[in-house]
Design a protein around this ligand. Structure first.
Ligand code: ARG
Length: 435
């Protein structure tokens, strides 16, 4: 049954009904919709807009519907237009006339705004928990590898020695920022829109404060036109999820590179790898590749919904229904990605000797900056020191040696400031790594 049959003289086209319908995806809002309706019904009774006994009957039946859907005894009928219609129809089917009073002083426009806000808040907190579980693993790994020396890169070229702890710590910083962004998104999504009606509020003497408190929002929305047409809170969550996926994709890429034979810094556990149907020797880091790949669709959801909202006039427009799938897809994508990425990290074996070897190998010259700093400490202007060490490195390349393999005499061909202590100064040891 539609909610708007009165003025219509023709039945809806089946195709248009299916096209219009959002229940296939918004059915996941059933809890949020019912919680919102319960608060609304209680408020209607308390304010004398409907009788206390009607309010009590509506609330009790809504609780029952909630239990029945959650328990699997009530199947959501997907022939309804959306989840809001389904719940209300079910209520009316169960308690008749009284159920029809629930929609007093309310529109689906403020109703869906409320359900979506509640959903975003709930999912925000779930993502936050997964992010924190990942942060715990990063914290542990950063401590374990505080002294594990490895090459640091710029332009993906060997640059200066760093520790694996520092490297992992860099990703920790990104995910910490994401936690803050989630908190901010939650704080921004803290206004209760019910009471805005379809667009112009309601003439009934409602108590929005009551509903606000009951549903644990910090304030009520101030402008009814804005409240029913605002989906910024969806965009904000989509943005934070995109940033999380961006950070995950970078770490994935790094681990995929490190897992190649060329790097050999890490082995991904077999549980998170797959083989090839033709090449028997292969173990591919598919889980990481998929996480990296899925970042694209999440960015697409964000930019797609941005484009949908662009230029929409006030107030509610059906275009806004398009946010649901973008939102659900991003939420459903980021959660397993966070969980699986944490598992991949937890079970990965880092080859610390190979990292050390790579940091100290002939040809890397990762201590060249140490040598330039050494000369600068001996009074040579850094620019000149840089030039001298550049020549020194060229010489070492020609002789296929590392800087530390040269004799003091060879060093002194380039500057008389080099003394025996240069060997300590350029050694690739933990104490020479500044951070
Ligand atoms: N399914 C709709 C949505 O998600 C609910 C609001 C419908 N409002 C309306 N005026 N048709 O946007």
């Amino acid at each position: 049954m539609n909610m708007w049959g009165g003025i219509f003289t023709e039945p809806p086209s089946a195709l248009a009904h299916a096209f219009n319908s959002s229940i296939a995806f918004d059915k996941r809002l059933y809890k949020h919709d019912i919680r919102g309706s319960i608060a609304h019904a209680e408020m209607l009774g308390k304010c004398g807009i409907i009788s206390q006994s009607d309010s009590g009957a509506i609330v009790a039946e809504l609780e029952q519907i909630l239990a029945d859907i959650s328990g699997g005894t009530l199947k959501i009928d997907e022939s309804c237009e959306d989840i809001h219609t389904f719940i209300e129809n079910e209520l009316v089917a169960r308690i008749g006339e009284v159920g029809k009073r629930l929609h007093t002083a309310r529109s689906r426009n403020d109703q869906v705004a409320l359900s979506l806000r509640m959903y975003c808040r709930e999912q925000n907190r779930e993502i936050w928990k997964l992010l924190n579980a990942l942060l715990d693993i990063l914290d542990e790994l950063a401590v374990v590898h505080a002294d594990t020396i490895m090459p640091g890169y710029t332009h993906l070229q060997k640059a200066q020695p760093v520790t694996l702890g520092l490297y992992i710590g860099a990703y920790r910083e990104m995910f910490l920022r994401d936690c803050v962004s989630l908190d901010n998104a939650c704080a921004d999504n803290n206004s209760m829109p019910l009471g805005s009606g379809a667009l112009a509020g309601t003439a009934f003497p409602i108590d929005r404060e009551y509903v606000r408190k009951k549903l644990e929002f910090r304030c009520v929305t101030r402008n009814s036109l804005d409240a029913v047409s605002d989906r910024d809170f969806v965009l904000e969550l989509l943005f934070v999820i995109s940033t999380i996926m961006l950070h995950l994709s970078r770490f994935c890429e790094e681990l995929i590179l490190w897992a190649t034979q060329e790097f050999g810094y890490v082995t991904i556990a077999e549980a998170y790898s797959t083989g090839s149907s033709i090449m028997p020797q292969k173990k591919n880091p598919d889980t990481l590749e998929l996480i990296r790949g899925k970042s694209g669709r999440v960015f697409g959801n964000l930019s797609g919904f941005f484009a949908t909202v662009k230029s929409l006039p006030l107030t509610y427009n059906k275009d806004m229904q398009e946010c649901h799938e973008a939102l659900y897809d991003s939420v459903d994508t980021v959660k397993p990605c966070l969980y699986l990425f944490a598992e991949v990290l937890k079970t990965a074996s880092f080859h610390t000797e190979r990292m050390h070897e790579s940091a100290t190998a002939v040809g890397g010259y990762m201590n060249a900056t140490y040598a330039a700093d050494y000369l600068a400490r001996k009074g040579i202007p850094f620019r000149d020191a840089h030039e001298i060490v550049g020549k020194l490195v060229n010489y070492s390349i020609t002789h296929n040696k590392r800087l530390e393999d040269m004799t003091l005499g060879e060093f002194q061909r380039f500057s008389d400031k080099f003394e025996a202590d240069v060997f300590d100064a350029i050694s690739i040891t933990r104490s020479n790594i500044c951070s």
